[in-house]
Design a protein around this ligand. Structure first.
Ligand code: PRP
Ligand code: ZN
Length: 288
């Protein structure tokens, strides 16, 4: 890839975070093409290149300013301790780092891990956990395919990421203990140029816009006019709800936004106030 002044964003090449990372970039208005086995792609509408690399290498790429921004699991970041800025939690890629053991085996509690071998790609996090719990186990450090270590008798247990749990199930392993929780985070290089900093600022506003949009729904409903005060309290919106007259002069139409997590509670209360014709739609972007 030729060196140019473009802002560089590193995302996982193939794995749990790849698809959602690209979805996020597209929702932020970046236009680009991609296909399997690509190494990088250039945005059509902004001076941005997207680099596809192994997730474990992303923190170092960003620390060394090979990439200006990166999307990576917080666990990977914690493990390598790279000096980068954590800019935003991204609300996807939720998983836990867990110790897992063969379904049929003699390891049934943390205590029984004493004297056993645990295969992992996360020796720093696991090492700290074991010493906190005062467990004396041997760590077998592997870069990938940790889940097959017990079957190959290279280890008695593993400590790896669990997301859906299918990898454990396929390998006849079961979770014994959660070590830490993780989700995807956006990280930034501490040394990006001033020119790039402007663009990064714009992108951060867009990330926020995408996040906010997910957290809210647009809601419209009809309400008896005398219940307007109740509606204002229920759906205060950004500044205040939009209220419009209806042909039936006793009724009004109310438009507002509502937090996803309060959604059902609000709908039930609207009904109690005599609300009807409740319409809800997703919000694509939401800038307050
Ligand atoms: C992790 C982990 C497992 C898988 C677990 O891999 O190593 O292979 O995810 O997910 P599941 O519970 O949904 O089956 P990751 O995507 O981080 O890729 P990597 O191992 O190549 O780094
Ligand atoms: Zn990885």
């Amino acid at each position: 890839m030729e060196l140019n002044g473009n802002l560089k964003i590193a995302v996982q090449r193939s794995g749990r975070l790849s698809e959602r990372s690209l979805d996020l970039l597209r929702n932020m208005g970046l236009e680009f093409e991609t296909y399997q086995n690509r190494l990088f792609t250039r945005c059509r509408n902004l001076p941005i290149d997207i680099l596809f690399i192994r997730d474990d290498d992303i923190p170092e790429y960003v620390q060394d300013s090979v990439a200006d921004l990166g999307i990576v699991g917080r666990n990977v970041l914690d493990e390598c301790g790279a000096k980068v800025q954590q800019l935003s939690s991204l609300d996807f890629g939720y998983c836990s780092l867990a110790i897992a053991v063969p379904e049929q085996g003699d390891i049934t509690s943390l205590d029984t891990l004493n004297g056993k071998r645990i295969a992992t790609s996360y020796p720093n996090i696991l090492g700290k956990f074991l010493s906190e719990k005062d467990i004396k186990a041997e760590m077998i450090i592997l870069q990938g395919c940790v889940e097959i270590a017990p079957a190959l008798q290279v280890a008695d247990a593993i400590c790896d990421l669990v997301s859906t749990g299918s990898t454990l199930r396929t390998n006849r392993l079961k979770e014994l203990e959660t070590v830490s929780q993780s989700q995807a985070v956006l990280i930034g290089s501490p040394t990006s140029s001033e020119k790039k900093k402007d663009l990064i600022k714009r992108l951060l506003l867009r990330v926020e816009g995408v996040q906010e949009a997910k957290a809210f729904k647009y809601i419209m409903f009809n309400l008896p006019k005398k219940k307007l005060d109740d509606a204002k309290a229920l759906v205060p919106g950004c500044d205040s709800p939009t209220v419009m007259p209806l042909a039936d002069l006793e009724m009004i139409a109310v438009h507002s936004v509502v937090e996803e997590e309060r959604f059902w509670e609000v709908v039930e209360k609207i009904k109690e106030c005599g609300g009807s014709g409740i319409l809800v739609s997703p919000i694509e972007k939401f800038i307050r």
